[in-house]
Ligand binder design. Structure first.
Ligand SMILES: Nc1ncnc2c1ncn2[C@@H]1O[C@H](COP(=O)(O)OP(=O)(O)OP(=O)(O)O)[C@@H](O)[C@H]1O
Ligand SMILES: [Mg+2]
Length: 394
């Protein structure tokens, strides 16, 4: 019985999993999950592309690493394969919880994990009556939010299901708040009203923390997080071009991260989460913004060669050679003085304000090869593969 990688498109993360499996001597099967026909019939199923029949591959597989990119498709993929008797990382229950920011937050809250103050209003910005009249709910929704969160401190409105910081907007006055609510769109992925949060007074970065579990072992929080930072926007995720740094985590934060994983996974035996967390440091900043900005500018210059390698389109053709270049470029960036300085600022502030940490999201299929792996030192492909092996060895 073997391990399979299910994917929609083969990007660097999927190539990285394949590369790591080769290095570890683990045989990996591949299951495409786009132009395929899954057919259910009496007492059986088939799973085919136009050119190839994957049915027997699937029958022989024990564990599937689910790397479908769209949240809906990923949820379907886990359900399908579980129904076929396979173990999946991550299982559908975890996909279901991580799909929604509100569901995730509810579990964190129920387990006593600190979260940003969150308000959910199950009403869309605009309702349309059967005779086509529009009812505007924005002022009422804004009132409900303002009653709970002080507007002058900032109200963040975000889609319940989203990625890459898309649709996450900040308002500091009534006009902006009403406009932000107006701009929300109910859709298939976000059918459920308005989700809002207090603006966490983080400094210039947030954290991506990895927790994983193998069967019969405790969840492990990797001791270093990926810190993503910059002053471009209040959203600090890497997709928006922010810089990346390693950040060593205090025990308190690691313990909370493991609790987040327990809250979302119940009794599941093997899984991987990338948790997003922020540290509120308020106005008392450890270093003045000018000094910090200067170091960040220098770090941005030192990061340019890494970006250049990332843009290089040989990556999909000669992955191993491209990866060697990427690792070498990152090593130079990591050794640079501004990187080390900013890393020091981040780590000092985490240590000082660790009791102000809040967790706000869990990603069940994180991107990792180009940033998280290099900054945190953890190749997530390893816990994926070891987690899968642990499920087979029972
Ligand atoms: N309540 C908040 N207060 C302050 N900043 C916030 C808040 N919520 C989100 N952010 C900022 O916005 C960024 C994106 O938020 P979030 O992680 O919720 O969105 P996302 O679309 O899931 O992004 P990704 O896919 O990169 O995880 C965070 O990295 C953080 O910097
Ligand atoms: Mg996020």
């Amino acid at each position: 019985m073997s391990i399979a990688l299910l994917y929609e498109r083969s990007e660097t993360d999927e190539l990285g999993i394949k590369h790591t499996a080769d290095q570890l001597g683990i045989k990996l099967e591949f299951i495409p999950f786009r132009k395929i026909a899954l057919t259910l019939f009496k007492d059986g199923y088939s799973f085919k592309t136009k050119g190839k029949d994957y049915t027997s591959t699937i029958k022989d597989v024990a564990v599937v690493l689910n790397r479908a990119q769209s949240k809906n498709r990923r949820l379907f993929a886990s359900h399908i394969l579980e129904t076929f008797g396979k173990k999946v990382i991550n299982p559908s229950l975890i996909e279901f919880e991580c799909y929604s920011k509100l569901r995730t937050l509810l579990h964190f809250w129920a387990w006593g994990v600190p979260i940003p103050k969150t308000v959910y209003v199950p009403c869309d910005a605009v309702d349309t009556t059967p005779d086509g009249k529009e009812i505007h709910n924005e002022p009422d929704i804004a009132d409900l939010l303002q009653d709970e969160i002080a507007l002058n401190m900032g109200i963040v409105v975000k889609p319940d299901a989203g990625t890459h910081g898309r649709g996450i907007v900040l308002a500091k006055n009534r006009e902006e708040l009403v406009a932000n609510i107006q701009a929300t769109k109910s859709s298939i992925t976000n059918p459920v009203g308005i989700l809002a949060q207090e603006l966490v007074e983080k400094w210039f970065y947030d954290l991506r923390i990895i927790v994983y579990k193998e069967k019969a072992k405790n969840p492990v929080c990797h001791p270093s997080a990926l810190a993503r930072g910059g002053f471009k926007d209040f959203r600090t995720n890497t997709y928006l071009g922010n810089l990346v740094f390693e950040a060593a985590l205090p025990l308190h934060v690691k313990e909370l991260a493991a609790k987040c994983a327990r809250a979302l996974s119940r009794e599941h035996e093997a899984y991987i989460f990338a948790l997003d967390a922020m540290i509120s440091i308020g106005k008392d900043k450890p270093v003045d913004d000018e000094t910090l900005k200067q170091e960040l500018e220098k770090a941005a210059l030192a990061f340019e060669p890494v970006k250049k390698v990332k843009r290089d389109d040989t990556k999909l053709r000669d992955f191993a050679a491209w990866n060697t270049q990427l690792e070498a470029a990152f090593q130079v960036y990591r050794n640079s003085e501004p990187y080390q300085k900013v890393k020091g600022f981040i780590e000092d502030s985490i240590e000082k304000y660790k009791s102000n940490v809040v967790f706000h999201e869990a990603n069940s299929c994180p991107e990792f090869w180009e940033n998280t792996r290099l900054a945190s030192g953890l190749n997530i492909a390893i816990p994926y593969l070891k987690g899968a092996q642990s499920l087979i060895q029972s």
